[in-house]
Design a protein around this ligand. Sequence first.
Ligand SMILES: [Zn+2]
Length: 114
Amino acid sequence: MHELKIAEELIGIITKVAESENLKKVTKVNIQFGKMIQIVPDIFQFAFEGAVKGTVAKGAKLNLEILAVRFACNKCKEETEIDDLLFVCPYCGSNDLELIQGRETIVESIEGEK
Ligand SMILES: [Zn+2]
């Protein structure tokens, strides 16, 4: 269950940000995951709720956004979102692609009370 490990890492980041912003309580956390991280939102929600226990983010609302997988083609320079795992440029058929989005694990923002 890699959701648990990721949740714990993110809580580490969140508590540091809360500390530097002098927040007494974190009320909402906005997190973005690239689709290739393969997060299951329900499992992550569960892992998150466990990981925030006893921290400043206890009871915070979790807002998850999954970012699509995007590639740039090295041959024709087009950018494309790829939904299946067939990594071929739909414009020119090249498989010389560069991942530009899809592997993110980002704490986009947090909200809280001072
Ligand atoms: Zn191409």
